[in-house]
Ligand binder design. Structure first.
Ligand code: NAD
Ligand code: DAU
Length: 357
């Protein structure tokens, strides 16, 4: 079948990626969606069970750092749009192992950019009708003080962690490909996402699972750091909008205007889990355990997403209270998904599945 567009979404088996893939596959039956994922520890095809048999969906297990493979895929599928979510995403891991972050996030992005550039330049229509979209983070802007200021699209990049340094570097390459070669690129910088299918190394799913099992809740330092939280489906909606209507070479911030001090957020999670599990209020507060702070822990992130609202009309659809209730319920209702990960069974499954290919 001839599709209207052939879009490669990388990192589609990860947390945000599965929501983006699901949205595109179901909303645009006229598009062919190619989900390219290396299936690292963070990639999980169980996240996409509901769309895996859709006729307009193809999964490819591959590494964005593999240039020859990327060239082959651009040709085979006649890719005209890329949404790059593939990355190493966890700050704590980047502190222990910065090389992997530079490799995947910087070299992987550069590899994808170069493959897109060469393939598109060689096509009959050149860059016309093509788009390379890089999914970035608010962490590239550095950290804010407790002074009410917000990151805007004009805030200078000042990354602190190896993770944010690698994401910032990738963004610079994306801009360089536009400024040097005229490639149609676009970037968005989003705040902390929460919702279903997040790998349980991140604060919210980790804490929900630990409360359920009566395990300690490791709060870094005093728990006073602030993050701005956005429901992941609202991020996916923003990505859809920017992919279709964003201005080439532009940047848009995406955030929820929803700042929470970690310790206050943790208390909301405890309260919600306790209520849904039928415990008396305050039952799990005793699990809070203050531990050594994260090295270089950024104090505060807060995104100003006014530009996206004014120019493209995007706003979060969910209030935080509703989003966190949905999220806690989802993790409690999907304990099998969680157990599959925490037991390590899901990785064994992929090893067996791909051993002979
Ligand atoms: P995640 O860790 O849950 O998923 C990353 C996915 O990328 C996994 O499926 C993994 O297998 C895949 N991947 C990793 N290396 C790869 C490679 N070399 N080739 C192909 N696939 C590879 O991450 P996430 O939280 O879903 O984040 C997705 C993107 O959004 C990242 O670029 C991240 O920097 C960005 N982001 C995340 C947040 C957030 O709050 N989670 C906020 C803003 C931006
Ligand atoms: O801001 C966007 C970023 O949000 C994304 O770019 C990253 O990919 C994503 O992982 C997330 O980064 P954070 O470091 O903010 O998320 P994390 O869930 O790891 O931590 C949230 C806050 O909670 C942070 O201040 C550290 C703290 N924390 C985290 C963990 C895992 C704890 O206090 N204890 C914990 O065990």
């Amino acid at each position: 079948m001839e599709y209207k567009r052939n879009i490669m979404i990388t990192g589609g088996a990860g947390f945000i990626g599965n929501h983006v893939v699901r949205l595109f596959v179901t909303k645009y039956p006229e598009y062919h969606i190619i989900n390219l994922d290396k299936l690292t520890y963070a990639g999980n095809l169980a996240n996409l069970k509901d769309v895996e048999n859709a006729p307009n969906y193809t999964f490819v297990k591959a590494d964005i750092c593999d240039f020859d493979k990327m060239m082959e895929l651009f040709k085979t599928y006649q890719i005209d749009g890329v949404i790059n979510l593939a990355a190493e995403s966890h700050v704590d891991r980047s502190i222990k192992d910065p090389f992997t972050f530079a490799h995947t996030n910087v070299m992987g992005t550069l590899t994808l950019l170069q493959a897109a550039k060469l393939s598109w330049e060689a096509s009959a229509t050149g860059f016309e009708g093509k788009r390379y979209y890089q999914i970035s983070t608010d962490e590239v802007y550095g950290a804010l003080a407790f002074d009410g200021t917000l990151f805007t699209e004009d805030t200078k990049y000042l990354p602190h962690s190896p993770y944010s340094a690698s994401k910032a570097s990738a963004d610079h390459f994306v801009r360089a490909f536009h400024d040097t070669y005229g490639m149609p690129t676009i970037i968005t910088n989003c705040s902390n996402n929460y919702g279903p299918y997040q790998f349980p190394e991140k604060l919210i799913p980790l804490f929900i699972n630990n409360i359920r099992h009566g395990k300690p809740l490791p709060v870094y330092g005093k728990g006073e750091n602030v993050r701005d939280w956005l429901y992941v489906v609202d991020h996916a909606r923003a990505i859809d909008l920017v992919f279709h209507e964003g201005k080439t070479a532009d940047t848009y911030n995406i955030g929820g205007f929803n700042e929470w001090k970690n310790i206050d957020l943790i208390k909301v999670i405890i309260k919600t889990v306790d209520r849904l599990l039928g415990y008396e209020e305050g039952h799990s507060l005793k699990l809070i355990t203050h531990v050594t702070d994260r090295k270089g822990h950024d104090l505060r992130y807060a995104i100003d997403s006014t530009k996206l609202k004014n120019e493209l009309g995007w706003e979060p659809s969910l209030q935080f209270e509703e989003g966190i209730e949905k999220t806690v319920r989802w993790y409690l209702d999907n304990q099998a998904w969680m157990d599959h990960i925490t037991s390590g069974a899901y990785q064994k499954y992929y090893e067996d599945m791909y051993k002979n290919r």
